[in-house]
Write a protein that binds this ligand. Structure first.
Ligand SMILES: Nc1ncnc2c1ncn2[C@@H]1O[C@H](COP(=O)(O)OP(=O)(O)OP(=O)(O)O)[C@@H](O)[C@H]1O
Ligand SMILES: [Mg+2]
Length: 201
């Protein structure tokens, strides 16, 4: 559960985000649509705890959140290193079987030893998505995870997200793909000039 009250974020005196009263519940997928620069990534970064806000209140279990940023962030190194090192650094269990299964599902098991810097855009997005899932967090914040993926991979992401939702996860998905939002979400929001409006369920 995430509770947002009177949240405001400014950049250099410009009001970027203004969310009066909004709750997100577990066991649901929320899609957030909206034009470029509307404030979608700003909202996700605030919820992910990597960006400060200026006014308001946020209530949720911050330890149970994983944010998948719009621009993937990787260590210098190969795919396996990027799928294990973040967990090793945090003293978290490395689930090798789950990792191998996801690499197989996304058909990138042959790229395990490849440097992430050499991967294609869609391949990087797959590695980023796999890493996000491996965190096993109950709240997933995903900023355009399928923007550079092909159809088959996009559907696989959607399948995995709906399975996680059915197991009780709370998922907030930023997407420009309205059809995707309709396919998988319980609730659709639009961000417009920093304000968030419900568009459908
Ligand atoms: N560090 C910053 N300093 C000043 N302005 C910023 C900063 N970061 C973002 N902005 C501005 O805040 C607004 C919202 O940006 P945000 O990244 O949240 O948009 P978005 O809805 O995710 O857009 P897109 O669909 O292009 O990803 C934009 O006008 C952007 O230029
Ligand atoms: Mg964005």
């Amino acid at each position: 559960m995430i509770e947002i009250k009177n949240l405001k974020k400014y950049y250099e005196n410009r009001l970027i985000l203004e969310v009066a009263d909004l709750n997100f519940s577990k066991g649901k997928i929320y899609s957030i649509l909206g034009r470029n620069g509307a404030g979608k990534s700003t909202l996700l970064k605030i919820l992910g705890g990597i960006l400060s806000y200026d006014e308001g209140n946020l209530r949720y279990d911050k330890d149970n959140v994983i944010l998948s940023t719009q621009e993937p962030l990787f260590f210098k190194g190969n795919v396996i290193y990027n799928l294990t090192e973040p967990f090793r650094l945090r003293d978290l269990k490395i689930e090798s079987d789950k990792m191998t299964s996801l690499l197989n599902k996304f058909q990138i098991e042959n790229l395990k030893e490849a440097l992430v810097s050499t991967l294609s855009g869609g391949e990087k997005a797959k590695v980023q998505f796999i890493r996000t899932v491996l965190y096993n967090k109950k709240i997933l914040l995903l900023d355009e995870p399928t923007a550079s993926m092909d159809k088959k991979s996009t559907y696989l992401v959607e399948k995995i997200l709906t399975e996680l939702r059915d197991m009780g996860s709370l998922i907030i998905l930023v997407t420009h793909d309205y059809e995707q939002a309709v396919r998988i979400s319980n609730c659709i929001y639009e961000v417009d000039e920093g304000k968030i409006i419900q568009r459908g369920t």
